[in-house]
Design a protein around this ligand. Structure first.
Ligand code: FES
Length: 117
């Protein structure tokens, strides 16, 4: 029988900003809609390109997320550690989010989901 070991909690990676972009895909007939149908992949790709261009590997992480349960407001993004939720993000909004929030630490108020503040 194996001896029990104490549970070790995972160590959080030292990202200065961790961005999750919902890329959930649903059947077009589903009335909830989905972020993928609203351009989520382009939003995530643009964020990654900007992070790479700034040399932020290891400091900023851009991840794909499943449904964040804000489908009516998609494309939905969450930025940590501030836990700021953005909705209806388009590829045209990405540079502003990146420069202001990811780099500068200032959330883009006009894109925040009001009910998630
Ligand atoms: S499909 Fe993106 S939040 Fe639900």
């Amino acid at each position: 029988m194996l001896a029990r070991r104490p549970v070790r909690l995972p160590v959080m990676p030292p990202y200065e900003r961790h961005v999750f972009v919902c890329e959930n895909l649903r059947d077009p007939a589903d009335e909830r809609g989905c972020c993928s149908a609203k351009g989520a992949s382009e939003v995530r790709s643009r964020l990654r390109l900007l992070a790479k261009a700034e040399g932020l590997k290891g400091r900023v992480r851009i991840n794909t997320a499943g449904c964040l349960d804000q489908c009516a407001y998609g494309v939905t993004i969450v930025v940590y550690p501030e836990a700021v939720w953005y909705g209806a993000v388009t590829v045209d909004d990405v540079e502003e989010i990146f420069r202001s929030h990811v780099l500068g630490g200032q959330p883009v108020e006009r894109l925040r989901l009001a009910h998630m503040r």
